[in-house]
Design a protein around this ligand. Structure first.
Ligand SMILES: [Zn+2]
Length: 695
């Protein structure tokens, strides 16, 4: 039945948890270092602990992946390089990364270091997986929103390892596309500091302001995922790795969940008892199978539940099961030893385990015994004193001259040094070595032309208004262009198409209708550069100079920088490409597969219309529903406004100012460009975004 062996990949926030995961059947464990880890709050590993983690895991046939999956600013790249170098030398098996600059750095300096594309890269289709492979990734961690059919299609079309979340928390937004926590509280999910505003209650209002959800509900709080009874289906999808979420979770949780997934790793019927243990150790009002059956709706949400209640009491029996699992210790690793003690020569010792052999020679020559000579038994008994190590003595062959003596201390030291070298031999993979010292990226966009005013719009009416108001370019979503190509091509401003951030394999973009200029909203779309003028849009999360350099190498023509950068970071970024800065508009905070209107109404009523989510403070966030896909984009409550501060933005290499129009009327669009041409202050609510704070 099981021709493919799954990897069970467990989370660990501490060394103790890692040990529990390995002892309960994890084939690999992912951990974070002290910086650059997408779980800033988790008890992350110090460098010393990473060394111990690799040692422990490798001695017990498990792998260690380190998450370096946050966006990294230019000022932090050297530290990221140093940390990568440390992990590389420590024998970490792979790095899980998000940032394109980190990708560039790892490929340049650590060409044989295995890399996995974090779910933060929003790889969700075959084109994305193919590009990830071309860019050097060994594995992609797929977006959690995919169905079984889609996963299967990706695995059939691209020869790359696929890692799929099977258990634990789900995010409401596509990972890598969530700026909610970042813009609401300056705690960026992309920087490992998500404050989880999706777990708070909201009210859904329609266009007229009418409450359509009925009191505050947890409209964005998904239940936890559990796929333990879908192992057979996942095998059909040719998934490589089953990922358990939860680096913030306790060792109790990790032990129980790992051990249950290990128990069912070959499939089979899951007992009711095991399911209730999983629910008891942690769940949010039961589990969901997520998007795997392509079936969204309220049933996936922890809709009516206050999230404080989910940390319910763990039952005594589950607690004692956890204690039992945590006390499991792996068997010691047997090693064979060959020792040779000859007169007037230092002792020689050869030890072997797990396919590795180590030879050591002592420093003191054996002497003629004055009283009691050394015996074979004595040597064996000293070699067997492996104490707290992972080893135990198996077969031993001793060659010993008669009547010699050697201090016991010498035998002990030889044993210790041999076992330490054996551990290194077992634990440290052979690697090419680091390819040079880190150099900061010096890019030059070579652009000093006029700054273009680019207006992103959502409707035809806005497109006309923007073109008439004097914008140089009008950026329209693909769905609008598809319907009104001729009219948009005839505008007095150039029309460029913003490709959808999410393009499911069953619903592809019609490339034939695209205009010359396109904006790539996902890494899978930078390949359009072979036939189009491509701007890597802000959704690609370009955060540093090396990320821009990588995009340039991929043929991209310009880049809209991440709206999470502050002014200082932008000044430090030496862009190899002409760069666009968002200077006006509501930033999209969430890209949501699970339509909030459908969840509230019980059925989809998407009409390409706008709704609002109102939070507990009365702040209203526009929700655009996308007819056809029944998905949403949730925007910030207020626009970024910089008309009176344009002089503070960097000039060098900046080719365009980007305006994002969402709910604006044609008159409003006209007044906004007037304000920007005249550096006027704004008389409504606005935000400076991250320009003066950053994340
Ligand atoms: Zn819908």
């Amino acid at each position: 039945m099981s021709d493919c062996k799954f990897e069970i990949l467990s989370p660990a926030g501490s060394f103790d948890t890692l040990v529990c995961a390995v002892n309960n059947g994890a084939d690999a464990v992912y951990i974070g270092g002290q910086s650059f880890s997408a779980r800033k709050n988790a008890v992350n590993f110090s460098n010393e602990e990473i060394l111990s983690a690799v040692r422990y895991a490798h001695l017990h046939n498990a792998k260690v992946y380190v998450t370096l999956n946050t966006l990294v600013a230019d000022s932090e790249l050297k530290e990221a390089y140093d940390f990568t170098a440390f992990c590389y030398r420590a024998g970490v098996d792979a790095l899980i990364i998000q940032d394109l600059g980190i990708l560039h750095m790892v490929r340049s300096y650590f060409p044989d270091f295995e890399i996995h594309a974090s779910t933060q890269m929003t790889v969700h289709n075959a084109a994305g997986a193919r590009l990830a492979k071309e860019m050097g990734f060994k594995r992609v961690v797929l977006s959690r929103e995919l169905s079984f059919e889609e996963i299967k299609k990706i695995s059939r079309s691209v020869d790359i390892e696929l890692e799929v979340f099977v258990h634990g928390a789900l995010c409401m937004s596509y990972s890598g596309q969530c700026l909610m926590s970042s813009f609401l509280g300056a705690r960026s999910g992309n920087r490992g500091a998500c404050a989880q505003p999706c777990r708070l209650p909201y009210t859904l209002l329609d266009k007229s302001g009418k409450d359509v959800s009925g009191r505050d509900k947890y409209l964005l709080s998904l239940k936890d995922l559990c796929l333990v009874d879908e192992i057979d289906t996942l095998r059909e999808c040719k998934v490589t790795s089953l990922k358990i979420e939860g680096r913030m979770k306790s060792s109790d949780y990790v032990s129980i969940v790992t051990s249950i997934y290990n128990k069912y790793r070959n499939g089979g019927k899951v007992s009711g008892e095991d399911l209730s243990i999983l629910k008891n150790i942690f769940s949010r009002s039961g589990f969901t199978k997520g998007y795997l059956n392509a079936d969204t709706g309220r049933h996936m949400l922890n809709y009516n539940q206050n999230n404080d209640k989910v940390y319910s009491n763990i039952s005594e029996s589950v607690k004692s099961l956890a204690d039992e699992l945590k006390s499991i210790t792996p068997p010691k690793i047997p090693f064979t030893a060959k020792a040779c003690v000859s007169m007037a020569k230092p002792m020689e010792l050869t030890v072997c385990a797990m396919g590795k052999t180590v030879n050591v020679t002592g420093s003191i020559p054996a002497q003629e015994a004055v009283s009691v000579p050394l015996t074979e038994e004595r040597i064996i008994s000293q070699l067997a004193k492996t104490g707290a190590t992972e080893f135990e003595l198996g077969d031993a062959a001793i060659t010993l001259d008669e009547g010699v003596s050697l201090p016991v201390k010498e035998i002990n030291e030889l044993r210790r040094s041999a076992l330490s070298m054996l551990t290194d031999a077992v634990c440290l993979p052979e690697r090419l070595g680091v390819n040079g010292q880190f150099q900061p990226c010096i890019g030059s966009a070579g652009f000093d032309g006029k700054v273009s005013f680019n207006a992103e719009v959502m409707t035809l009416e806005q497109a006309h208004a923007a073109a008439m108001a004097g914008f140089d370019k009008v950026l329209v979503p693909y769905s609008l262009y598809e319907k009104h190509k001729a009219e948009l091509d005839g505008l007095p401003a150039l029309a460029a198409v913003i490709l959808p951030p999410i393009v499911r394999d069953m619903n592809p973009v019609d490339d034939d209708i695209l205009p010359c200029e396109v904006y790539a909203s996902n890494i899978s779309q930078i390949n359009y550069a072979s036939g189009h003028t491509v701007t890597a849009d802000f959704r690609i999360n370009t955060f540093n100079s090396y990320a821009v350099k990588l995009l340039k190498e991929q043929g991209v023509h310009s880049v809209c920088l991440s709206p999470e950068l502050n002014l200082r970071q932008i000044h430090l970024l030496t862009s190899s490409l002409p760069a666009e800065l968002i200077v006006y508009g509501r930033i999209p905070l969430m890209t949501v597969q699970n339509c909030v209107v459908k969840s509230a109404h019980g059925r989809c009523s998407c009409t390409d219309d706008v709704y609002y989510l109102r939070d507990r403070k009365g702040v209203k966030f526009p929700v655009f529903t996308h007819k056809g896909s029944c998905t949403n984009t949730i925007y910030n409550s207020t626009p970024v406004y910089m008309a009176d501060r344009l002089s503070e933005l960097p000039r060098e290499g900046i080719c365009a100012y980007r305006f994002i129009f969402t709910t604006e009327t044609p008159d409003h669009i006209e007044s906004i460009i007037f304000n920007y041409k005249n550096s006027l202050k704004y008389d409504g609510d606005f935000t400076r975004g991250h320009y003066y704070r950053g994340v």
